[in-house]
Design a protein around this ligand. Sequence first.
Ligand SMILES: O=C(O)CCC(=O)C(=O)O
Ligand SMILES: [Fe+2]
Length: 267
Amino acid sequence: MNFGPILFATFHSPGKIMLRTPRLSDKHIQIFNQDGFLILRQAFNIEEMESLVSWSDEMLARPEVSGKHWVYHEQSITDDTLVNRIENIAPFHLGFRELTKVLALPVGQLLNEKAVLFKEKINFKIPGGGGFKAHQDSQAGWEIYADFFINVLVSIDAATPENGCLELSAGYHKQRLLRLWEPLTESDMQDIKFIPIHTEPGDIVFFDSYTPHQSAPNLSNHMRRIYYATYNRRSAGEHMAKYYADKHKNFPPDIDREPNKNYVYQV
Ligand SMILES: O=C(O)CCC(=O)C(=O)O
Ligand SMILES: [Fe+2]
């Protein structure tokens, strides 16, 4: 793929990043409220996605140093060490910062007030990368900060059942929090039906922090990068700095880990 000129213009001309702002209709808002998620196809076009791909490549290539973006690794099913996730990107990258601003607007439409960024990350799911057990994102202790969040997923690559696309459930967000600090159990999931959300680059998906979801490992030869940005209502306060400070104590990026300490990923 040739993204030279766009890459150049984007990185070296702050203010020239052109990402269109997705806008939601009343029908979209109604679907989100009913299902707990909403798929918006082709929210970003080919040129915009070329920028996002090059920004993601750039984040992956940047040196891992303490005090910058947070990199986490995983052991693949064949025991290779893979980058699993990069978090806390926007403070260090103009393009992703712009993306968080653009996505805040449709999220604000769903929240019915201004949206404030809570956290953001890229889940890489490189071939051989693991899946995620069924959970609601608020199970990860988010309720200390605010009672409600909306995630926006941006499909950087095509996400398919073969490479471990997200699987969402419709309508279960209304049950609110099912349990805390552990994945959902068989009995929680008895009548939950998960729908594989096949997305193409440029598709975006909004889902609320009570919507149960899961995903399978990547058993294909294709990378499955997904960018996630999470927002809360402005009236619930700004929590990003405190969230990352707290998380740094319990589950720091790999570069900041103490060699003999065991860090456990809970949800
Ligand atoms: O990227 C995925 O497959 C799911 C990720 C997820 O649910 C999470 O990070 O909370
Ligand atoms: Fe999740």
